[in-house]
Design a protein around this ligand. Sequence first.
Ligand SMILES: Cc1cc2nc3c(=O)[nH]c(=O)nc-3n(C[C@H](O)[C@H](O)[C@H](O)COP(=O)(O)O)c2cc1C
Length: 384
Amino acid sequence: MYITDSIKYIGANDKTIDLFEGQYKVPNGVSYNSYLILDDKIAIMDTVDTRATDEWLANLDRELAGKTPDYLVVSHMEPDHAANIKKAADKYPSMKIVGNAKTFPMMAQFFDLDLSDRKIVVAEGETLSLGKHTLQFFMAPMVHWPEVMVTYEQTEKVLFSADGFGKFGSLDCDEPWDDEARRYFINIVGKYGVQVQALLKKAATLDIAMICPLHGPVLKEDLGHYIGLYDTWSSYRPEEKGVLVAYASIYGNTRKAAELLAEDLKAAGEKNVCVMDLCRCDLAEAIASAFRYDRLALACATYDGGMYLPMEDYLHHLKAKNFQKRKVGLIENGSWGPLAAKKMREVLESMKEITFCDTVVTVRSAVHSDNEAALKALAEELAE
Ligand SMILES: Cc1cc2nc3c(=O)[nH]c(=O)nc-3n(C[C@H](O)[C@H](O)[C@H](O)COP(=O)(O)O)c2cc1C
């Protein structure tokens, strides 16, 4: 992948990984990006996961063409990027390791590595000259690890954005950026909106021509689109008007109610209606979709005096990701003591700025005509 004449891509695609971070399905794999800046001094920008060590070392050798790197810049210590620090440090004993005050204590937890005379500890705004290129460092604590920093290269105006602006999917898969970047951001960084907002404020002071993230494609054009999405996601504003109808159903009756609501919403003029089965869909996708739209309808069977567990799990995840600022409609089902709406509401009320539709639909076992009328009323309340 060509980046610029002096910035080389030395990362790798991983198409055989089953779950990223041990939990996210990545049907099109993932890339571990790493870069090499060639100048009077040579800097490696992060390493890669152990799953890609051999390919990374081969790429590094090829681009170095016999030269020795002077610096390894560590954006953060997460193993999918930091796993090969020791290997690289051992291979190039003269190479200095660049991190911040929080990087090195964590590095010592991961590796037995004596860096006493090889550490360069950088702080907010400090620079490191490579020759024609100058690296400037900006701290991004808790986006999404405490020691995260991003690096701005002043001459070519390139932002090495760490995990920011990352996306699932290997680099050779042809898929739109927004969906898989949203699923990545909301699930992995979503909790840290305040910290991302702080980083965006710093980025706004820089003249950025290109963004080099640690996963997914290098962004060279239309940067306003990507930065705009990050601003939306990190401030918990909905990305678009629409209703996500998410249901958890044991035998299908709650599903029927959810599907009727979706039809009613469309009949009421709602153009953007997305229906998801929480027992079967990708949970990370369902979480990202709740953030995407401005309204959410939840339909759930009652189970052992509470919510059917896939819904409880879903709401637990939404809360963990700081879900907020949405309008919500509720449908419950139960055969002897329906309680799911009350339980869903209890969890949702612990989130910020959630408003509820007045209509709550209670199905008793199967959908009847009175439910149909209530579903229409709920659709009228939700539709815009
Ligand atoms: C293991 C189990 C536990 C249940 N617990 C309750 C309950 O506590 N209260 C209740 O009203 N219904 C309970 N139900 C009944 C279901 O909520 C009810 O049959 C509902 O209609 C199922 O909707 P579904 O067709 O969408 O799965 C339970 C069902 C199962 C299978």
